[in-house]
Design a binder for this molecule. Sequence first.
Ligand code: 48N
Length: 317
Amino acid sequence: MAPAPIYNTQRDQVPQLLDKSGLKDTGPLVSGTYDCKEDYNGDYRFAPIEEAQVSRAMIKRYFNMMYERAISDVVIIGAGSAGLSCAYHLATSRPDLKITIIEANVAPGGGAWLGGQLMTPMVVRKPADRFLTELGVPFEDEGAFVVVRHAALFTSTVLSRVLALPNVVLMNATAVEDLIVRPDPTSQGQGQRVAGVVTNWTLVALNHDTQSCMDPNVITAPVVITATGHDGPMGAFSAKRLVSMGLLKELGNMRGLDMNRAEPAIVNGTREVAPGLIMTGMELSEHDGSNRMGPTFGAMMASGIKAAREAIRIFET
Ligand code: 48N
């Protein structure tokens, strides 16, 4: 039976939600009138503030968010190009879903800040250029593929679009340390179903051996989408965890580079690899043993969109 979404926002409300969530004046930081002046001739004056107000402004919002997101509809692990493309498509297609992105790095974006070998242009093979057009990312058309002038132009644009959506929250510098699993009710208790994630601040997760007392936080969700990439300190996290918890016999291990085989394999292979767990992006190459594609990013965008559609399928069956 499909899990019931938490919000009741309708699809047609998305345009004004997108408009409304632009950066607007948040109103006075302190009550009443205050002395401030925008004068670049030597008399620039800020409104007065107490340091505690800054801490409280952050604490209130961050911990309210943690409290509210302890129960989510969908958790996306990894804010790389696949995870962010997935978040955008899912959140705009289903504004009623409460989507929480967990990203281990302080800086989200994963490997999509550069094109390849530290060169900045980003190649995207058609038809994935349609997603760039939807986001409003300009590119140069080279026939079978397009080139975004700087990879960061794609990554910063998709990131800003995702963070402007009211049903999405990003918890960066936060690592998923484990998966929540429960007996799968649809398998007479034989199988296991992923039902959320176990998190800690990344600095704690990376130092557990010296801080074993640091118990983690948990976020429950009927659907988890994992897009943790194929390398990096925690790459292919969920694929490796499925093996260590006995839900996957062994890793397929990513094969050598072949763009023409790799990209369709990742897009078409994006799926629910375990009940409640959808895998996408380059993490899938480690799970399935598919090839890598190197510095071309269309499959990350299209597989992220595919993962979003797989999640929507779960909420609609
Ligand atoms: O960019 P990545 O690594 O992964 P994808 O799948 O979004 O994009 C892959 C793409 O950048 C390529 O690798 C390109 C196409 N090259 C291919 C090739 O042949 O070399 O993003 C994964 C994100 C990162 O930001 C990690 O920090 C994060 O996932 N992450 C985690 N976040 C939270 N908890 C974890 N356990 C975790 N593990 C990784």
